[in-house]
Design a protein around this ligand. Structure first.
Ligand code: SF4
Length: 463
């Protein structure tokens, strides 16, 4: 699949429309309180009896940050009081012990610490958390840890604790190095600070570094993007996530501060920023992964993409190694393939639930056979840009072309005809070069929950 450098601003703008990012299907907007602690516990028990030894991934949410970035879309508590994390870690360990007992002998192959900023934890709290994880869940011999780190506030000693605990992947936020853009998002971070963190981490054995960038912020121009990318490429990250800014102030009121800091680029400017960045990254040898990631050909993610082993979760694109993802911490989401559930996002309510001895579940959704098939179609399109419908039919025991006949017919309509090729004889669906960055538009055709009269501000635009 080639890059999108031959795509034009006009084409992207013509196809821009709001929709889910499909980090899950059904999207999290479909989660309801019908899934509670009792149902989540029963699902863990079902998993334990059906597949007692299959691998699991674990996600721990650490919601604290020293200050709030105004563009932030995460569940965050901004505070300078590091001791707030100590009680949180105590509660998190109680939850992990509960989850570990339910998982039994299932080996944990991946642990991800995200947030917030996991580096908000003191050395002591971080060490206690990693030791507790080792005590309460069964680590696979090849367990790999991934951690989100803020270069403005991470000490080498924290990296040492993480490296000793089996962490070798890190994801760091940059967004943009331009001072005026940084003013507009309340995040001031130098290229030197970022490069130093990566240098320290590499010396300690971190070999997969991801850098997050955002386009669509006030004061961004193709020049600021070019300057930022020049600095980022000097760091030589294995992968780069190039996110379109999701401005949803009706859901995230603090984002109003971003629009007060300057006008947001309109669709043509956004498209120009994306195309410019994608052209620079592909010229530098990075390959497009999914719709918004780029990776060096030797990066784990690029190898997994070539081998068809990519998956998509709430953490974005990942190498698929586990059959289920269990989330611990306030707002964390679990996914067993048959059910999603989300912990209560409020830290106090979450702690009350855990202390009372129950899973702190707020909402979720159980997937029926139709959901699982659509999820498969959407995930393959999001990850690979293509799906083999014969293989999908075999996986689900149903003729996909018959079951999704109406959706496949809709792909020929003007809204998607340029984005996807449906080869009936080869039984494949493949995103075109234009469809690759707009793959969410194709997926929306298969989303049976999508309201065609979407309320404004519910989802971000498709690029
Ligand atoms: S560091 Fe990350 S999680 Fe924390 S406020 Fe900034 S964007 Fe949000």
């Amino acid at each position: 699949m080639s890059d999108c450098s031959i795509t034009t601003v006009e084409q992207l703008v013509r196809h821009a429309k709001p929709g889910p990012r499909y980090t899950s299907y059904p999207p999290a907007t479909e989660f309801t309180p019908s899934i509670d602690a009792v149902r989540a516990k029963a699902e863990l028990a079902r998993m334990a009896s059906v597949s007692p030894t299959s691998p699991v991934a674990l996600y721990c949410h650490l919601p604290f940050c020293r200050s709030l970035c105004w563009y932030c879309g995460c569940n965050v508590t901004a505070t300078r009081n590091r001791s707030r994390a100590t009680g949180y870690v105590d509660t998190l360990l109680t939850e992990i012990e509960m989850v570990g007992a339910a998982l039994g002998a299932r080996p944990v192959v991946e642990i991800a610490l995200g947030g917030g900023s996991p580096n908000f934890l003191s050395i002591d709290d971080l060490s206690r958390l990693l030791a507790g994880l080792r005590r309460f869940v069964q680590f696979a011999p090849d367990m790999v840890g991934t951690v989100e780190l803020d270069p403005r506030d991470t000490a080498r000693a924290q990296l040492e604790v993480l490296a000793k605990g089996g962490f070798r992947r890190m994801s760091i936020g940059v967004q943009d190095f331009d001072p005026k853009v940084q003013d507009a998002i309340n995040r001031h971070q130098s290229a030197a600070q970022t490069a130093q963190l990566v240098k320290d981490a590499r010396e300690l054995g971190f070999d997969q570094v991801n850098i997050d960038l955002v386009y669509g912020l006030p004061h961004q121009t193709t020049d600021t993007v070019e300057h930022t990318l020049a600095e980022v490429l000097r760091i030589e990250p294995a992968q780069i996530a190039l996110f379109g800014y999701a401005h949803l102030p009706s859901r995230l009121p603090h984002q109003q501060l971003v629009e007060r800091a300057g006008p947001l680029p309109g669709p043509p400017e956004r498209a120009a920023l994306l195309l410019h960045a994608a052209a620079i990254l592909t010229a530098a040898g990075y390959q497009r992964i999914g719709f918004d990631h780029f990776a060096r050909p030797d990066a784990e993610l690029a190898i997994a993409a070539r081998e068809g082993r990519l998956t998509r979760s709430f953490q974005g694109y990942m190498v698929k190694r586990a059959d289920a993802l269990i989330g611990c911490g306030a707002s964390a989401i679990s996914d067993t393939g048959h059910m999603y559930w989300q912990n209560t996002p409020d830290v106090t309510d979450w702690a009350k639930g855990v202390t009372a001895g129950s899973l702190p579940v707020a909402r979720g959704v159980a997937l029926d056979a139709d959901d699982r098939l659509r999820r498969d179609v959407i995930e393959r399109l999001m990850c690979d840009g293509t799906i083999d419908l014969a293989a999908a039919s075999a996986r689900h025991g149903i003729e996909v072309e018959q079951h999704l006949a109406a959706e496949l017919a809709r792909l020929a309509e003007p809204a998607t005809v340029e984005l996807v090729e449906y080869d009936r004889s080869a039984r494949t669906l493949t995103a075109t070069n234009l469809g690759r960055p707009l793959v969410r538009n194709i997926c929306m055709v298969f989303d049976r929950y999508l309201d065609p009269n979407l309320p404004a501000g519910r989802f971000s635009p498709s690029f």
